[in-house]
Write a protein that binds this ligand. Structure first.
Ligand code: SF4
Length: 402
């Protein structure tokens, strides 16, 4: 980690990563099906959409993973990042009803909720000494506008100035701009002035409007998703981006999705992290989904690492893929794993059973067990801390034979 100094745009990445990668790929024999791609990586060329499809279709997943792992090692060596965060979903009331969503409720349903600002602060208070980021996304509440979120964010900042606020997906920004009858730009400016630190990447799903019409009709269009993130980046607000795969999209749709994201990243360098996650079928309403296997999850992590040259971090989102696959993903090109989380509703209502409420030592152990060096980072990848873990001191509780 060169100097442990970073900016939101470089996000802790080794500035010489392309040259490092060139050296690393040259030192190994690759199968002939990958030779064009290896040559491009060696000479610092961007992979094309057709290359991305080839990587998806290459018969040897392990070889694609090795290539992606080299791309990861070229940027970050053996370091793997995580953050200490809590998810607070401020409301599950939503005016939309995306087909894949198990989280949303209508206002009249008995388990609908919307946290008042005081209730939200009470949630933060439970974790304030443990986390440095609160991650908040929720439904599109029919009565909440920009002013509500200005009040919420500024109250949170006033009480907890050291906790970064990563909140509001693109569709929530769109909803707030409509509720308040102002532009995306003005919405983002006001939220930034209130204390918003960064945007999460949720809601990208697949950036193909034909697919979106079926899986999330009424949500922002592909171009609106990109435009909202573009506006945020122009204002200096970093963001993440995501991909929901394993619904009804094709392999080409996935690679075209990555292509659109990396082109936007070229403009301001403020997409910090790409988070691919598979559709989880339980309790949701998309029976036509073709579910992704663990093999496909690993391949998608690997392809995204190789395609997304202008997005520094690839995240293994353990909330969705589970700890075991997340550990494997760290060997297939992911360099970041999210996170302590503490509490989460959206993925767990959709069928995830990953462990919540990890502390930083459990996270560090998970990273170490996968063969890497754990580094705790802040929200914007500008501050890094090493975490030393002690071996567990629990008694083994073996039966004693008298
Ligand atoms: S995915 Fe978001 S916008 Fe769509 S129904 Fe669920 S909460 Fe609402």
């Amino acid at each position: 980690m060169p100097g442990w100094i970073s900016t939101p745009a470089s996000a802790g990445c080794d500035a010489d990563w392309a040259a490092n990668l060139s050296r690393m790929v040259a030192a190994k024999q690759w199968s002939s099906g990958l030779s064009d791609i290896v040559n491009k990586l060696q000479s610092g060329q961007r992979l094309t959409v057709e290359d991305g499809i080839k990587l998806y279709e290459h018969p040897n997943l392990h070889e694609v993973g090795q290539l992606a792992n080299m791309a990861k090692m070229a940027r970050y060596r053996e370091y793997v990042f995580f953050n200490s965060n809590v998810h607070i979903n401020q409301t599950n009331i939503c005016v939309l009803a995306c087909k894949f969503c198990a989280f949303r409720r209508s206002k009249r349903q008995s388990d609908a909720y919307d946290l008042s600002i005081d209730a939200y602060l009470e949630e933060m208070a439970k974790y304030a000494n443990l986390v440095d980021e609160v991650h908040s996304v929720g439904g599109l509440h029919p009565d909440w506008d920009v002013e509500h979120y200005e009040n919420l964010i500024s109250a949170a900042k006033q009480h907890y100035p050291d906790i970064a606020i990563k909140a509001l997906t693109a569709v929530e920004i769109k909803h707030l701009s409509q509720q308040s009858d102002i532009t995306y730009q003005e919405t983002l400016e006001r939220l930034k002035a209130a204390g918003l630190d960064s945007l999460p990447g949720g809601g990208a799903e697949i950036l193909n409007d034909d697919v979106r019409k079926i899986i999330c009709n009424g949500k922002e269009s592909s171009s609106e998703y990109l435009e909202i993130h573009r506006r945020a980046h122009a204002l200096g607000i970093p963001s993440n981006c995501t991909m929901l795969f394993g619904t009804i999209e094709s392999i080409r749709d996935r690679v075209l999705h990555m292509d659109q994201l990396r082109k936007l990243a070229d403009e301001y360098n403020l997409f910090q992290c790409f988070v691919p996650y598979p559709f989880l079928p339980d309790s949701t309403r998309l029976p036509e989904a073709q579910l992704a296997t663990s093999n496909e999850v690993l391949r998608t992590i690997a392809v995204s690492r190789l395609m997304l040259d202008s997005i520094p971090h690839i995240k293994a989102y353990r909330m969705n893929i589970g700890d075991e696959v997340a550990e494997l993903a760290l060997n297939y090109g992911a360099d970041d794993i999210d996170g302590t989380v503490r509490q989460e509703s959206i993925m767990h209502l959709a069928g995830a059973n990953s462990s919540l409420n990890y502390d930083i030592y459990q996270m560090a152990k998970l990273v170490k067990d996968a063969g890497f060096v754990p580094i705790k980072r802040n929200t914007t990848y500008t501050y890094f801390t090493t975490i030393n873990i002690e071996p567990p001191k629990r008694p083994r509780r073996l039966n004693v034979i008298a």
